[in-house]
Ligand binder design. Sequence first.
Ligand SMILES: [Zn+2]
Length: 472
Amino acid sequence: MKIKEALQAHEEDIIKGIQRLVRIKSVREAPLPGAPFGKGCADALMEAMEMGRELGLRVKNVDNYAGHIEIGSGDEIVGVLNHLDVVAEGTGWDSDIPPYEAVYKDDCIFGRGTYDNKGPAVVSLYCLKVIDDLGIPLKRRVRLILGTDEETDWEDMAYYFEREPIPNLGFSPDMAYPICNWEKGMLTLRVDANKFEPGAIVSVNGGIARNSTPDSCVAVVDLSRVEDSDGLLARIDSLGGAVKSRDGDIITIFRAGKASHGSAPENGDNAVAHMLEILEPLYLGKDDSRSRFLSFARQKVGYETDGLSLGVKMEDEPSGKLTVNMGLFRLDDKGAYLTLDMRFPVTKSREDLTCAIHPLVKSCGLEVSQATYKAPLYVPPDSPLIAALSRAYERITGVKPGLFGMGGGTYARVLKNNGVAFGPGGYPGEPLIPPEKLRKGSTHSFNEFCVIPDFMKHARLCAEAIIELANC
Ligand SMILES: [Zn+2]
């Protein structure tokens, strides 16, 4: 039997497998004994391990952080990396497709994680099963590595790779075809100030996540401490803000912005930057700790998304410009902090950023610390890995694959420049189901779904890629 037919014979199993995993809500929660990211994440991993066992494959669960399912022999390892955790379901789902019921209809499965990334994980699993059953020769072992903290902090990968070898080469089906051969470096810094005396600005709050652009900002101001309160009220008006409420001398100011993903802040409109401009007369040129913090935020970041005033404006040929997103901003009478989510070019290093920013922050009398860091990924176009994936892609699709890159990140990064993101979206050619027949919805949003005929095409490519990498 050929690979295509063998995979097709498992279509029903793939659908059922996706449903089994999607019905376990695996959003990261507080740790429990034996469940480092909460019960749901641990349950999803145990279920996937059980599925591997049922198929007669070797499985290993590394303390419910991550696990692997393996076929073949040999010292070297090909890694296929998927994740079983999901982002929260949010709102807006159609009532006939609840997020954790994994309803199968119209050739689609609907639910949180169907596409990102439980569906592709199940496809990877059946690729291993089919390759093993057909006895296809492999020079390297093949490991499907399943993590449970991809959407948050990647603590799963840190723990797993302290105990298990990093694969010699591999890919992560968690993006789109053709081949994603670079991912910018990601460094998030947190800037802190503390110990404030009472002042005119009582509080400022903007943003809900480090990796998105704040679409609103709220500030509370004590007008009895403002020299020119009429001037301030006029300024709020002329700069697009609004006084939402007033209680004696205490006013609450609102300013809207536009949200955007943290990897593309230039597409958003940072509400905090607008608020900093509105409030400028209350802090600029003053030397207390609160004013120094606000001045830093306004003058060194403000509306800029290219890092110019932070001294980190940079770009390179493969991957383009550095971006900065001021995602979280909190200030009250106890202190303040803000976060800077920076995506930097692949030929640059974390030190290129910290060497510029740390002295600058310290010179303003503020503290700086690292919140998150992921090294950049770059696999040159002429590498054997790209050549092997290209052969697989061309054999199945008849088309030469292009290369692309992004500011976001996949598990491919953990392979230390020996892995890339490859699939499952963006398969070339006409979609089997025309887009207008699909429901409105998407990954990380409402009505997430996967299209089973598309996944069966992806399965062929995924299997071919595994065989190429195991023998190249
Ligand atoms: Zn994902």
